[in-house]
Ligand binder design. Structure first.
Ligand code: BG6
Length: 503
């Protein structure tokens, strides 16, 4: 059944604005940002006056940059109407070449913006930091000194910041302080692209629009929760960044904590960014901070060796491009954590993420406690605990695992499931995940963005692990084969509790 039309509320075009992208020549723009802009445009969700200014080190002119983008639109924009829109929009794309730490760049930007002054969009400006993280404050300072961050009642000036937002608690705090000395919190939009994924957004709808689950969403009925973000990809061309980050920093304070907080939070008073943000932060505040001993018991790290992914041989992490030959960076991370509050006390949350794992999947599994009945103890198969499986990607949907009687004269039970697949109901539209994020930012809606407090609370929880790891070199690395489910310690984390990973 396809209910696409009846379920899509009519949305208005976003507020007119100029999008200034720092680092426009990189991968993010061609693979995700520009395709998302094209999808928005072809769905009539961009203001007519919308235009783009790109800034990067590469020595393009506006003309040669448009030529480069023409090729990229053809390659990366999938939908025909979106492609057409994207090619037409290129005449409204300007390019400035320069070094982000050079004040001349900001003078040139100001001059260019002046050229568009009569243009309705020119009052509102979104500065998108698609640049390496070390440039975040440099760019903000440059913009601030040029007077480009000042807004008034007639215009907005907003910053969109890509992760990583800091490298640890101290650097995240410092970055927040620096930015907040130049702009207000409501001018900053810290992106977590997982929040652009429909199924992540659906966690709120699922929990709070279905009266069925909320009464059992607690320690009385839930045995434990698992969150897995497994990737089959390795570090690709991002070795220089990844070898300094690792799996924990790359995935946990942001994507995994976003999902954890949406699963664990209390119902918000209303569906507003403020109330939902507050509840998410409260959920993270409830997470127990680990002692060094608990870090050793509950946190597992791993690094992939060579192996096979889909029958194809792939190299080990230490042989990848831009990775140190003796690197001790983790490419796998698993953790057991608890929340100290009425709803979740003593319910373990197991989280894990890894590169070069057996399958590519992001899933949240909620295991419910089994009933007290031994009615079916005589059956060949035991009744299995009920599982709620929330598939975030690649197949978006929700499944409830149940037990049912197997047809036949003797009483036997077996596993069955109830399935909801997004694609069955809503079709699949080519989306990058950045459409809603950009649209919301143009409209000033913070719902899908992280606050400074959320970021710092996340880092504060992880800091004890980073501290212990910084003094304990992992001599056992590499400790899992590419194409496996990670190191055996990751499995043991659950086995010692009498549980197992459920995928
Ligand atoms: C990014 C990480 O934030 O998320 C990458 O830096 C990771 O290492 C990616 O591969 C996963 O996102 P997605 O949307 O591809 O699942």
């Amino acid at each position: 059944m396809n209910q696409e039309d009846s379920t899509q509320p009519t949305r208005k075009p976003a507020e007119p604005c100029i999008l200034v992208i720092f680092g426009i020549a990189g991968d993010l723009t061609k693979r995700l940002l520009y395709p998302a802009i094209c999808n928005l445009g072809s769905s009539s969700l961009l203001a007519e006056e919308f235009r783009i200014i790109g800034i990067a080190m590469e020595p393009y002119t506006t003309k040669s940059f448009r030529q480069k983008m023409t090729k990229e639109v053809k390659e990366f924009v999938k939908d025909t109407a979106a492609k057409k829109f994207g090619l037409a929009l290129l005449k409204h794309v300007d390019y400035l070449s320069g070094d982000f730490s050079d004040p001349k760049v900001y003078v040139a930007l100001k001059k260019l913006l002046k050229k568009f002054e009569d243009h309705k969009a020119s009052k509102n400006i979104l500065f998108y930091f698609a640049s390496p993280p070390e440039f975040m404050s440099t760019i903000a300072i440059g913009l601030s000194k040029a007077g480009l961050l000042k807004e008034d009642e007639n215009c907005f000036r907003r910053i969109i910041a890509e992760k990583p937002f800091g490298h640890d608690l101290e650097s995240a705090k410092k970055l927040n302080q620096q930015l907040l000395s130049m702009v207000n919190e409501n001018q900053i939009f810290r992106i977590d692209h997982f929040l652009g994924k429909e199924t992540v957004q659906n966690l709120l709808a699922f929990r709070f629009s279905n009266g069925l689950f909320e009464p059992i969403w607690n320690r009385q009925y839930i045995d434990h929760v698992q969150i897995t973000v497994a990737e089959t990809l390795g570090v690709e061309l991002r070795g220089a960044y990844y070898d300094h980050a690792g799996a924990l920093r790359d995935m946990v304070p942001n994507h995994i904590f976003q999902m954890l907080s949406l699963i664990a939070m209390e119902p918000p008073v209303s569906f507003s960014a403020q109330y939902i943000g507050d509840e998410k932060v409260k959920a993270l505040h409830a997470v127990q901070v680990l002692t060094p001993e608990q870090v050793l018991e509950r946190a597992v790290r791993g690094q992939y060796d060579s192996g096979k992914i889909n029958h194809i041989a792939v190299p080990g992490y230490r042989s990848e491009k831009n990775i140190a030959s003796e690197s001790s960076t983790e490419t796998y991370f698993a953790l057991k954590l608890f929340l100290d509050n009425w709803r979740w006390l003593d319910v373990p949350f197991y989280i894990r993420t890894g590169k070069r794992m057996k399958v590519h999947t992001t899933e949240i599994i909620v295991q419910f406690k089994s009933g007290p009945s031994s009615l079916f103890s005589g059956c060949q198969q035991k009744a299995k605990p009920n599982l709620l499986r929330i598939y975030i990607q690649p197949d978006e949907g929700i499944t409830l695992d149940l037990n049912a009687k197997i047809p036949g004269p003797s009483l036997q039970i077996g596993p069955v499931d109830m399935k909801f697949k997004y694609s069955d109901y809503f079709g699949i539209k080519p989306q990058t995940g950045y459409e809603t994020i950009l649209y919301d930012c143009m409209n000033g809606d913070h719902l899908l963005f992280s606050s400074a407090e959320m970021i710092e609370t996340g880092w504060a929880l992880l800091q004890p692990i980073l501290d212990v790891w910084s003094v304990l070199t992992p001599h056992e690395f590499p400790n899992y084969a590419a194409g496996s489910w990670g190191p055996k310690e990751g499995d043991m984390l659950l086995e010692k509790d009498g549980r197992q990973w459920l995928l």
